[in-house]
Design a protein around this ligand. Structure first.
Ligand SMILES: Cc1cc2nc3c(=O)[nH]c(=O)nc-3n(C[C@H](O)[C@H](O)[C@H](O)COP(=O)(O)OP(=O)(O)OC[C@H]3O[C@@H](n4cnc5c(N)ncnc54)[C@H](O)[C@@H]3O)c2cc1C
Length: 414
């Protein structure tokens, strides 16, 4: 493909949205480079799965070459499935069922998705480059790095995720607010001695088990790869890095931030012990998941919620994803909204190139469209978090006391 070099885009952050935008622009022949803080592509465990909804899938379909999009689908879990809300003993309160359609909501492994999003971007992702600021020069913006270097581009995009370094400068009146909740996340093998540790009744379910005590809940879901990434990657993108494809259970112990002990950040053993202590009164299946967790995949996440930006400080710079609208992980909107941003911004920039529209106007149009849908998602996720983990006693009583008694036991406590 011919790449035009009179118009260039510099993206800070090689996460879901940054890579998706890079794919979109590459396909349109735009000169794009991605600058990532991590020293290499797979230095951090990004071992959990992600649910893609119609927005995320549509964004990937629009941005990726067709074989890569199909790779995301074939290596993903089967479409459809359920989300079950239960009490701490896994007695069902109510269930949400996803439709089974070719492009319906489905789970994909995050590491596999990231690997797919990197395919074909060789030489365009620059590792060990930590963005610190955007300078607004007379000929356009410059992206500045912590190592003292900088690059000029026609457009700079901040896609540097939660706790973005560029956020304070580009959207000075916004920035994320802390919430009361946190999660210790882990990953455990799905198969033991040839048998699934998740009973058949929950095979295609994500489960949120809500404890009697406000602010305490446990989430888990199994990730089964459709086609093995190794085989599928060898066929479609030979030579690119393919994750192992071992099925797993992803889980999260939800707790209040005030319950997070000092000094556990990054201390994997202490984090797993914390999850084990807090899950002591839960169903034995839940306790087993925590006991069998892979230590190096245990992470602490302090939930935050972005605030609506009213002012964008640099006309040729903008932001996408968690960097502008981080949200608590309730409802699986964060990554989907980030991918939606990437496809939308890609579309607006490519249209501007074709029509001669000033790029500042195209960016402003992207921002005017993105802010309403993204902050609707933030509000939805924050509202869901409050309802499911907050202090309000009536809904909690119905969820954890009334509804479970009306339904059959989902998983016997054998
Ligand atoms: C436990 C959990 C489960 C989730 N499940 C779902 C789900 O099922 N569905 C869903 O839609 N969403 C889910 N999310 C949310 C989703 O993961 C995020 O919303 C999504 O990753 C945001 O994408 P992004 O591109 O904005 O940022 P990221 O994917 O986080 O990427 C940001 C990148 O920027 C890099 N970076 C950071 N600082 C700098 C810097 N200064 N300079 C250069 N690079 C930098 C980072 O290293 C990273 O690579 C979940 C989140 C969590 C925590």
């Amino acid at each position: 493909m011919d790449v035009s070099t009179d118009f260039s885009v510099a993206i800070a952050g090689a996460g879901l949205s940054g890579l998706c935008l890079a794919q979109y622009l590459m396909r349109a022949g735009i000169d794009v480079h991605v600058y990532e803080r991590d020293p290499g592509p797979f230095v951090r465990q990004q071992g959990y799965r992600i649910i893609l909804d119609r927005y995320g899938l549509e964004a990937l379909r629009e941005s990726l070459p067709r074989p890569l999009y199909r790779l995301a689908l074939t290596t993903g879990d089967e479409p459809g499935g359920h989300v079950r809300f239960t009490d701490s003993r896994l007695r069902n309160a109510f269930t949400i069922t996803f439709k089974i359609e070719p492009h319906a909501t489905r789970q994909v492994d995050r590491l596999t998705l990231r690997s797919i999003l990197m395919s074909g971007l060789d030489g365009r992702i620059h590792y060990g480059r930590s963005a610190v600021a955007v300078d607004d020069g007379p000929d356009g913006p410059w992206l500045r790095f912590s190592d003292g270097g900088s690059v000029a581009a026609s457009v700079v995009v901040g896609a540097d995720g939660v706790r973005s370094a560029l956020c304070r400068q580009l959207i000075p009146d916004a920035g994320p607010a802390n919430t009361a909740m946190a999660g210790v996340y882990g990953r455990s093998p799905l198969w033991r001695d040839g048998e699934s540790v998740i009973p058949e009744a929950l095979r295609t379910s994500g489960v949120l088990a809500i404890a009697d005590r406000p602010g305490r809940a446990f989430f888990f879901t199994s990730m089964r790869f459709g086609e093995s990434p190794r085989e599928a990657f060898a066929r479609v993108t030979p030579g690119s890095y393919a994750p192992t494809g071992d099925d797993y259970v992803m889980w999260g112990m939800l707790l209040r931030q005030e319950e997070v002990p000092m000094g556990v950040h990054g201390n994997l053993l202490a984090l797993r012990e914390l999850a084990a202590r807090l899950s002591a009164d839960f169903h034995p299946l839940i306790r087993r998941l925590v006991d069998t967790a892979e230590l190096d995949a245990t992470v602490l996440n302090l939930f935050a919620a972005g605030r609506r930006p009213r002012r964008w400080a640099v006309p040729r710079a903008t932001m996408m994803g968690d960097a502008v609208h981080v949200m608590p992980p309730f409802g699986a909107h964060g990554g989907n909204t980030a991918l939606r941003d990437a496809a939308l911004l890609g579309r607006r920039l490519v249209e501007a190139r074709a029509s001669g529209e000033p790029v500042e106007d195209a960016i402003a149009r992207y921002q005017d469209e993105m802010v309403p849908y993204a902050f609707r998602a933030v509000d939805t996720a924050a509202g869901m978090m409050r309802r499911l983990t907050g202090d309000a006693s009536a809904p909690r009583w119905v969820l954890t006391r009334v509804l479970p008694r009306l339904h059959r036991v989902t998983v016997p406590e054998a």
